[in-house]
Design a protein around this ligand. Structure first.
Ligand SMILES: Cc1cc2nc3c(=O)[nH]c(=O)nc-3n(C[C@H](O)[C@H](O)[C@H](O)COP(=O)(O)OP(=O)(O)OC[C@H]3O[C@@H](n4cnc5c(N)ncnc54)[C@H](O)[C@@H]3O)c2cc1C
Length: 466
């Protein structure tokens, strides 16, 4: 059993909090106020943080002051941007919120974006679009850039063409446990640069990043929705279809059980539907040819696949944007075999009683399988597909569905790479699930060098110092 060095914990005195207030520009919030509750709330309604104090950081100096304050008072530090990732609620910590640090600057000649810690994907996409450029964003407009990229960054639109977002970072500015603001790159503190890109908030609070942009302004894509009775036919056709997919084609298929509520499109309300998501970066005529076999296999109830400006990337998946109670699990598989399809159909098909809101198979490979030019800690290159399931609803109501999902993941073990994808892991998964033993040991060594007291141990998949 790993043990971190003991950390003294105390409740900061009123004088100490006053001193913190004078050291930061942003709000310092204590329990018991509406402002505190609002600052602790995020996208996932199941996660209600109860820190000792919240610092609403406005810049790197605020982050430094908050980290130094925490260390001085023996408190752990947690960081939240949008609250999309499900973790155990933080208690008795200094919680740093980054949503105010959301500046985005585009350097067109360098093809990079400088993103503040609080930026979300739609902001970066909108800022880059006028120059005909795009980042390696995720499926949702409102997911935070920093957490996504540091967790690997699996883009459902550009991933197979360009690779992991964590592999395409030029520089990271980060406040470490000693309160120092460091600018780390491939040549400046390269071990820390390697570790942060793939192991997230374990090493400090990132205040800004410089990320690569790619020459993409439109895509041919969207979603094909089929009635649930076609689940098996669609999954089998999808399995076949991806075997010849070019690198310019990123895709996934999801079994959806959406609620019968007015914000859900009428044909999908309260019923099982199969959603094939497509993003092709080549000519539309070629896209039409690629998608034709999917269109022919069964009648679609909605078809949004067409040439689309890149700014509308979020319409490919149509993730929820308003806060929801969400739990999730993930497995990385070497490929989508017939046996895996059998297991998915039995688990999630019509009449299965599956209680998940979404069960997704995302196609990996192509650039996602290639080594990075500047190696990162992302350890998912041997995966052919990701299987990700999520249940939306109160914890008691979704517990049976999550238990079913755990059983499915156990059943899929013969095809597993042996690891999970950090950004899709449940809060309960240990960090070691995401890495080979060698990578995990190397991460623990970096952790010992930069955070020997494990100050950054909450609200992340914690890597204990070696
Ligand atoms: C609807 C939805 C769609 C998603 N789609 C994708 C997808 O397509 N591809 C993909 O790869 N992932 C996806 N994810 C997962 C998502 O990328 C991760 O949950 C990510 O960590 C969310 O970051 P956040 O800032 O929005 O959330 P938060 O919960 O605020 O942050 C998550 C974690 O990131 C770390 N972190 C955040 N900011 C900092 C910082 N400044 N410094 C250090 N650490 C920090 C912390 O450990 C924090 O707990 C999706 C999640 C959801 C809910």
């Amino acid at each position: 059993m790993d043990t971190a060095p003991a950390v003294r914990q105390e409740t900061p005195s009123g004088d100490a909090v006053t001193a913190l207030e004078s050291a930061v520009d942003g709000p310092v919030l204590l329990p018991g106020t509406d402002a505190f509750a609002a600052e602790c709330a995020g996208f996932n309604l199941l996660v209600v943080h109860r820190p000792a104090v919240v610092v609403g950081a406005t810049g790197p100096q605020d982050v430094q002051a908050a980290v130094r304050f925490a260390v001085q008072h023996g408190l752990p530090v947690a960081v939240v941007c949008t609250g999309h990732q499900p973790f155990e609620p933080v208690q008795g910590a200094v919680l740093i919120t980054t949503s105010r640090m959301d500046a985005v600057e585009i350097d067109v000649p360098a093809r990079t974006a400088r993103t503040g810690a609080g930026a979300v994907w739609q902001q970066v996409v909108d800022a880059a679009a006028p120059a005909g450029l795009a980042p390696l964003n995720g499926s949702s407009a409102k997911v935070g850039v920093t957490g996504y990229v540091l967790g690997g960054g699996l883009s459902p639109t550009l991933g197979r063409t360009y690779g992991w977002a964590a592999d395409h970072v030029r520089a990271i500015e980060i406040v470490t446990a000693d309160g120092e603001l460091r600018r780390v790159t491939a040549t400046a503190e390269p071990e820390l640069f390697w570790a942060v890109r793939g192991a997230k908030g374990n090493f400090g609070v990132v205040t800004a990043m410089e990320i690569d942009l790619f020459p993409v302004s439109t895509y041919f894509g969207g979603g094909l929705f089929y009635a649930g009775e076609h689940t098996e036919a669609v999954l089998r056709a999808y399995r076949e279809w991806i075997t010849t997919a070019p690198d310019e084609l990123s895709s996934s298929v999801a079994l959806l059980r959406l609620p019968p509520s007015p914000e859900v499109p009428a044909p999908l309300r309260g019923r099982l539907a199969v959603h094939v998501r497509v993003c092709f970066l080549g000519p539309a005529v070629e896209g039409e040819r690629l998608v034709a076999p999917l269109r022919a296999l069964a009648p679609t109830i909605i078809d949004t696949v067409m040439p689309t400006p890149y700014r509308a990337f979020a319409s490919v998946h149509q993730d929820p944007v308003d806060p929801v109670p969400l739990r999730m699990r993930n497995a990385l598989l070497t490929g989508l075999t017939d046996e895996v399809v059998d297991a998915l159909v039995a688990f999630g098909g019509p009449g299965s009683g599956c209680g998940l809101t979404v069960l997704e198979v995302r196609h990996l490979g192509a650039a996602l399988a290639r080594p990075a030019a500047v190696p990162s800690a992302v350890d998912a290159r041997d995966a052919g597909v990701s299987v990700w399931g999520a249940a939306i609803g109160p914890a008691e109501a979704t517990a049976p569905a999550i238990a079913q999902l755990d059983r499915l993941i156990t059943r899929l073990r013969p095809w597993s790479t042996g690891r999970r994808y950090l950004n899709f892991m449940s809060g309960a998964d240990g960090a070691e699930c995401a890495y080979t033993a060698q990578t995990y040991q190397r991460l623990r060594t970096v952790k010992r060098a930069y955070d020997p007291g494990n100050v950054f141990r909450l609200n992340n998949h914690n890597i204990p110092p070696a």
